[in-house]
Structure formats: C-alpha cells, structure tokens
Write a protein that binds this ligand. Sequence first.
Ligand SMILES: Nc1nc2c(ncn2[C@@H]2O[C@H](COP(=O)(O)OP(=O)(O)OP(=O)(O)O)[C@@H](O)[C@H]2O)c(=O)[nH]1
Length: 399
Amino acid sequence: MPGSEFGQLQSDGTRLPPFYSPRPDARGTSHDDGDVEHGDFSLSAGNPASSNAEDDDGASQNTIPPASTPLTRPPPASLLSPAFTPPSTPGTATPSNAGAAVPRGIPVDSSIPTGGCGTKQPRLLETLPEVECIVRARIPTTTGAEMFLHLYTNNVDNKEHLAIVFGGTIRSKSLDAVRDGETEMDRLVRGAYTGRLYPGRTTSGLSANTSESQDALSANLTGEDSIQGPPLVRIHSECYTGETVWSARCDCGEQLDEGARLMSLPNNKAGGIIIYLRQEGRGIGLGEKLKAYNLQDLGSDTVEANLLLRHPADARSYGLATAMLRDLDQKEIRLLTNNPDKIRAVEGPHREIVVKERVAMVPLSWKGRGGFRAPEVEGYLKTKIEKMGHMLDMASLPR
Ligand SMILES: Nc1nc2c(ncn2[C@@H]2O[C@H](COP(=O)(O)OP(=O)(O)OP(=O)(O)O)[C@@H](O)[C@H]2O)c(=O)[nH]1
C-alpha cells in the first residue's frame, strides 16, 4: 500500500483503502440515488468504437469454448477459490441512503438500432452453456446488508463463477432440484433450504407451524416481499488488481461495491444479482493483463496493449451469465452497465434474457460522491468511451 495520503481514517484509527465504496458525504447531506443518470450519459446510437475494437469484439463473442465437461462429473479438486476479497464490503456509507430511491434506468430495446445499445451484433453461440449451482450460503456483510453467494459449475470451463444475490425472492432452480439419495441435512448444508438456518433445524422446507413460516406467509399476504419488476443486475468480470490490490488503473472495485450498494437499498424490492464471471483482464488472464499494464506504462492505451500482446481488445463472452440468470429464473432485467456489447451479449442467442433498462454506472468521483481520481483511471475510461463505445460522457468529468 502506498503512503498515508491513501486511505480513510476510521474511528478505530485504522486506515481503509478509499478506492471502492463511496465515502460518507462530508457535508452530511443524504444522497439521492434517483439521479444516477442525470445528464451524465449520451444515448447516441452511433458507436464510436474503432475498427480494431469492433473486429476484435465481434471475434471474441464467437469464442468457441473448450470441450464439454459433463455436469454430472464432480468439480475437479483443483478448482481455485475466488480471489474475490474486496477490502471494503458492499454498502459502505449506505446508512444515509436508507430511504434512497432505487436508481432510475434508461429504457433499452436491443432489437432496434436506436434502442440504446449501439449497432453491433455480437455473434453468439447457438446454445447456452449448462450451469449448475452446487452451493449457496448466506453472507452477512459488515454494513448490515445481507446476500446469498451462489457458486456455479458449468460445462465449458473449470472456473467457479458466482452469483451474488440480494433479496429473498430469487432462487436457483438447479440448487433447489432434488438430488438422488440426498438427505435433508445434505440439502441444508448445500444451501437448498427456504427461510433461514438456525441451530437445530432439520428440514430444508418451511414447516407450517414455525413462526418463521408464519412471518413468510404474512409478508406474502401483505405484499411486503413480493417481486416488483425486473431485478437490478450487474454482469461483473473479475479484476484482481482493481478489487483486491487497490489499483487506480480502473474503476472495477468501485463498480462492484456500487452495484452491491444499489441492490441493497431498502427501497429496492425487486432484488439484485451480481453475476461475477472469472474472466480476468477482459478474458486475457492476470498474467497477460500485467504485461498490458507494462505496455500502458510504455505509452499504449488499454486496447492497444491488448492488441500488441496479440489478444482481442475484449476477449470476454457472456453466455455463462445468460445461463446463470435463467437458472435464477430471470427473464427480464435492469442491467447496470455502460457497455453496449454487454447488453446484447447477455441477452443470449434467442433473447433468453431481455434487458428492459440500462442503469448507468457513473464514476463516483464524477458525481462528487467519493470515489477516486487518478490519471490512469481517466485514461482507462477515455479509451472505453473513444474506442469501445461505452455510453459514458467524458465531458461530464470534473476538471
Ligand atoms: N486487458 C485489460 N483488462 C482490464 C484492464 N483494466 C481492467 N480490466 C478488466 O476489465 C474488466 C472490467 O469489466 P467490467 O467491470 O465488466 O466492465 P465493462 O465491461 O468495462 O463495462 P461496465 O459494465 O460498463 O463496467 C475486468 O475483467 C478487468 O479485469 C486493463 O488495463 N487491461
């Protein structure tokens, strides 16, 4: 960690990296999450992506996955644990937002060129990958927000892709499916239960006589817990540097935290899902991304650095995200992104998922809500806008 100019001084005297979550508003005013997209975005249908980026993006969407691994086979012992250990957990500085509105989205219709996600059509594989949620657990976070972490296996790679689920109404079909020969304890341990776990619980379903089931019943009757519209979704690609080792070259850590914060807002009754895909460095892997960083220090931008290393500008695909969202029983979503390619790609080859709205991700520092400023992240965002067609208006960057 760099020196003392970095980090927020906490009440217990320790310093936390300031990079991820919004700092509390120094003026003590409450934030209004309803203004997320106020004038900050252009919805131009014209896509300013360079020809390089266009060619490479198109190619990347068509990446053929490696040979299938049957879902029935147990995951290999070599499965790596996620490096997802953000130093600041979701929702820091949320208390002042307790009553804040759910962020407004911009209507999207990817079936028409003027629908708000550019004109590029990614070439997608005809069939979605198969995914299976093998375990789910409740994660109370340090801010009081709670989420359920779902770990998925699939038939195209050996990575542990994750769904971070906010709200109690979103469930995984593959997790809930009954497995041959399993006991009630097996179901409890792999997270295929309803309601909450407590010491001594022996059944995975809600039994009619517990006070918990009565609470659930009355919540449903009063509509307190009923689903209200499509959930907020973020499709997030792994970024070890930005999420774990405090890199100021990108805003990935801040985006992850901000997505989680918005999904945890009490007024967000529709729930939220962060699909956390293990495609580090836009799919080129951490080693190659570190080489790209060195090329950036030598004068290349993020797209040029990838191309110099003979990688596409963006080597990611989103079929796994589409399949995971379908497994979580979603059809329509509100997507937190500035990336037009992501909107079309996550919808899948047959629009298995429909993005109804895009919710813009404006860097927090641009809105005067904390965040961080650095020449590197400004270069990163500028390249996204100028070469990759991201729907973010650099002109609104405060000088
Ligand atoms: N190759 C490369 N990858 C980077 C660099 N900086 C960040 N990344 C990766 O870029 C990806 C960021 O992706 P996302 O957070 O999904 O964001 P996005 O696709 O840019 O679009 P949004 O949804 O608008 O945030 C992660 O996989 C990061 O590891 C870089 O300099 N070079």
